[in-house]
Design a protein around this ligand. Structure first.
Ligand code: CO8
Length: 259
């Protein structure tokens, strides 16, 4: 598929996709969602170890879902549009490789929701986060009511969603919505450095860790522990476990094969 709204680049086994819709500060319209969906389906998650998602330009990560497209929707269309975005974001959340959101400006509405579907969020100091939907007569519809409370806690999530107040990067850091804040010019280098660190580890183990953290979140404690136990056992069926431990014991760098 040809992408008109995505800019894709590769650096070794790290892939970066920038949402690029200059006329609307990278707002998510149906075309962008279709392209993102197709892009995610096409990623070879054996060759690519980490995905970085960012916004094109210096002002905006994603300024939300496209308000002009949503303005004329009826109930059925609203349901379909919300589901479309939610499905794409769930694909990100369950992608077999880690996904880092490098939030380089506005992350409002669907933009904040996109960042929250990623495994890890880092931001530039000019970033702004918020869920302003109730001011438009809607609620967060790309899973924001689900994920925000899980990340920052119920009280802060409710305040942010009921007031629609946008918060700056320093506040996002304080409430745990982002892991780190950097000057804008350093953001992508920092994202790449984090991605490189992840990519240097045993890929199957990283994949299993992501599955465990995601799956166990919703399980009762005993079931969660049993799930981890099973996945831990499975690690010992990989050649990378043998390689990682042999490398440690022989004081040499590991050469993981992703198997
Ligand atoms: N949708 C459509 N166009 C947008 C959007 C958007 N979300 N955001 C910005 N734009 C457009 C503006 O209309 C403007 O276009 P034009 O130049 O033609 O007038 C252009 O981008 C530049 O924007 P501004 O001139 O407004 O730039 P400012 O720097 O003055 O302001 C802001 C930047 C603060 C980001 C401002 O543009 C803004 O408030 N944008 C809207 C933010 C917002 O409310 N986002 C949430 C949208 S709702 C949502 O995301 C719901 C998700 C769930 C959907 C569920 C589906 C049913």
């Amino acid at each position: 598929m040809e992408y008109n709204n995505l800019k894709i680049s590769d650096n070794g086994n790290i892939r970066t996709v920038a949402i690029s819709v200059p006329k609307s500060l990278n707002a998510l319209n149906s075309c962008v969602l279709t392209e993102l969906d197709s892009f995610l389906s096409a990623i070879d998650t054996n060759a690519t170890r980490v995905l970085i998602i960012t916004g094109d330009g210096e002002k905006s990560f994603v300024a939300g879902a496209d308000i002009s497209e949503m303005s004329g929707l009826n109930e059925k269309d609203g349901f379909d549009f919300g589901k479309r975005g939610a499905d794409v974001f769930r694909k990100i959340e369950t992608l077999p490789i880690p996904v880092i959101a490098a939030v380089n400006g506005f992350a409002l509405g669907g933009g904040c929701e996109l960042a929250m579907a990623c495994d890890i969020r880092i931001a530039s100091s000019n970033a702004k986060f918020g869920q302003p939907e109730v001011g438009l007569g809607i609620i967060p519809g790309f899973s924001g009511t689900c994920r925000l409370a899980r990340i920052v806690g119920m009280g802060i999530a409710k305040e942010m969603i009921y007031t629609g107040r946008a918060i700056r990067a320093d506040e996002a850091l304080r409430i745990g919505l982002v892991n780190a804040v950097y000057p804008q010019e350093e953001l992508m280098d920092q994202a790449a450095a984090m991605a490189k660190k992840i990519a240097a580890n045993a890929p199957v183990a990283v994949r299993y860790a992501k599955i465990c953290i995601n799956e166990e979140y919703d399980l009762p404690t005993d079931k969660a522990i049993a799930f981890e136990n099973t996945m831990f056992g499975k690690c010992f069926a990989t050649s990378d476990q043998k390689e990682g431990m042999d490398a440690f014991l022989n004081k040499r760098p590991a050469n993981f094969k992703n198997e």
